[in-house]
Design a protein around this ligand. Structure first.
Ligand SMILES: [Zn+2]
Length: 94
């Protein structure tokens, strides 16, 4: 079982999470406008999919392994839906 936390800490965590989500939603909406202006159909589709995942409460987790995506990764590319290793971004050193 998870550790028992105080309601105050839970509330703080919840507020922080909500703030981060609304920051990322704004980023997504900005990029959606930009992508539409560029008529970049693939980008528009990826961003719309991310916004839809946000509506469904699934945003921020990898679609393949369900790991939490790091905030830095989401800030850099808010439409990303896979963790670095599922996206094949890990560098293999031989
Ligand atoms: Zn993954």
């Amino acid at each position: 079982m998870a550790e028992i936390r105080s309601p105050r800490l839970l509330m703080e965590e919840c507020r922080r999470y909500t703030t981060q989500l609304s920051e990322l939603r704004m980023l997504l909406e900005e990029r959606l406008h930009a992508a539409r202006a560029r008529r970049a159909r693939l980008d528009v589709a990826a961003i719309e999919a991310a916004l839809e995942r946000m509506e469904r409460g699934l945003y921020g987790t990898c679609i393949r392994c369900e790991a939490f995506l790091p905030l830095d990764r989401l800030r850099a590319a808010p439409q990303v839906q896979q963790c670095a290793s599922c996206a094949g971004e890990t560098r293999l050193t031989a």
